[in-house]
Design a protein around this ligand. Structure first.
Ligand code: S3P
Length: 180
């Protein structure tokens, strides 16, 4: 399997944004911050935006309104982030690809990079999964199951893929900059 690839796309016009997708623990936030600085663009993190909007943490929101309440806000902040034409870098939450409308929007408005990691890598990075409701019991098992379901969805939306298992955030940024 090649460690990184890209589809040929125009990163301009109606697709001005760059969005990082991938599982929890794949490094979207740390890579996104560095990448945004490197590209001189504003950086938006989906979970932080959801928390600002809800006035509480992801875990609190999830406990109060269930996954559905969280997913609604997740979709809202994605649409808000990708609406304006000024290019931004977005770290999308891991589950953003579950909603077909989100996948369509990504296809229309963003150049999407999938930070692909093996479930073992994710489990090692996330430990007990604190603050992540989907990992409450058995984080390694949950990560394996979620990754299997989502892999085809990440693949569907991705314009490029970087295998991040052995790469530092700085090295991932360098790889993305080569691909853009
Ligand atoms: C989730 C990923 C988390 C957070 C929530 C649900 C998911 O975000 O949105 O715990 O469904 O994969 P990160 O991918 O930023 O960790």
């Amino acid at each position: 399997m090649t460690p990184s690839w890209r589809r040929s796309v125009e990163v301009s016009g109606p697709k001005p944004h760059l969005v990082l997708v991938g599982m929890m623990g794949s490094g979207k936030t740390s890579v996104g911050e560095l990448l945004a600085r490197r590209l001189g663009r504003p950086f938006l993190d989906s979970d932080r935006q959801v928390e600002e909007r809800a006035g509480r943490s992801v875990a609190e929101l999830w406990a109060a309104g269930g996954e559905a309440a969280f997913r609604d806000l997740e979709s809202e902040v994605l649409a808000q982030a990708l609406g304006p034409d000024t290019p931004v870098v977005v770290a999308a939450a891991g589950g953003v690809v579950l909603d077909p409308a989100n996948r369509r929007l990504l296809g229309e408005r963003a150049w999407v990079v999938w930070l692909r990691a093996r479930p073992e890598t994710l489990a090692q990075r996330l430990g007990t999964g604190a603050g992540r409701p989907l990992l409450a019991d058995d984080p390694p098992g949950a990560l394996r199951r979620l990754e299997a379901v989502r892999r085809p969805l990440y693949e569907e939306v991705a314009d490029a893929v970087v295998d991040v298992d052995c790469l530092s955030p700085e090295a991932v940024v360098a790889r993305i900059v080569e691909l853009v």
